[in-house]
Design a protein around this ligand. Sequence first.
Ligand code: SAH
Ligand code: SF4
Length: 346
Amino acid sequence: MHAALLDLYALTRPELTALFARWEFSPVHVARLWNYLYWECADSLSAMPKLPAKVRRRLAAETRLGVLPTALETDSSDGFTRKYLLTLADRANIETVLMRFTGRVTACISSQVGCAMGCVFCATGQMGYTRHLTPGEIVAQAMHVQRTLRPHRQRLRNVVLMGMGEPLHNYEAVMQAVDILRDTNGLALGAERITLSTVGVVPGILRLAREKRPVHLAVSLHAATQAARAALVPVAQKWPLDELIGACRTYSQTTGRRIFYEWALIEGKNDSAADARAVGRLLHGLPAQVNLIPLNPTAGYAGVPSRSEAAKRFQHILAEEFKLPSTVRQRRGLDIAAGCGQLAVR
Ligand code: SAH
Ligand code: SF4
């Protein structure tokens, strides 16, 4: 495979239309190709018989289809989670997770090989940063999941950018991929279907607010004071908590959207009644929902997950004293290390 060739998965439909216009091919073929790519989940040009031979020849000469081969596929014992280890053109590997929690299929996809943000409790952070993913590599993960669902007449309903990497550190590629995934003639993952989770890259949040891309935003908070947060999330030194909350306020005001705030519950560290009240005060007046994630084990961090009583107390305080809705994320896929923050490739 030639990585230098244009990846068809990296093009929006308008871009593909412009390319075909330049090649003087009929727009009819754009519609056909798009249908093959995103509806039939074709994995090669030879699976596109309705495209004329001259179109396929040109595509074969000047483009490639960045389908990602599976190096390994593992199912969790409860059957709710499947993890794919996918191989990129440069032999690097990434992980993509298919989740069936609420009867709906969600794909958790990666935005980078590794991550540069270094959160102490996260396996991806512990492995360090290798490189950004391209738009085609991000789209290809969603298509990989969709391709496995198609024989079962199921469709991918949601995408969460919560796999390996920090999506707002790879802003351009991620947004290009989001635009492709949203295309109404393609996967058609509309406004309520894509959620992007950020560690708190302030300039990225502000840009997202300006550009008003219809995605849900989740912000990883984990601590309600600057000092406590910086100990868990080193980039808090670069983008301090008050700036982060300011950016979140601007985002919600500009877009009218509520933000999900994620909180990895670590026993004895950030799960006390006082911690819950600090979150309540911090988020006061913001349209917010708190997503509590009992810490998942990783090799490089000694902390343990909060007990369920502590999680219940946290939720109760948020609800009763601050009218803040919250959820405790179901712990799934831990037996195959596919839980939040457990994705890493060695
Ligand atoms: N880089 C982005 C998205 C990927 S991580 C971000 O940090 O937001 C997705 C979520 O899993 C984040 O909220 C992250 O803080 C959380 N997470 C990371 N490691 C975890 C762990 N060991 N246990 C529970 N949640 C974890
Ligand atoms: Fe990167 Fe997110 Fe892991 Fe932090 S939690 S190291 S930002 S992937």
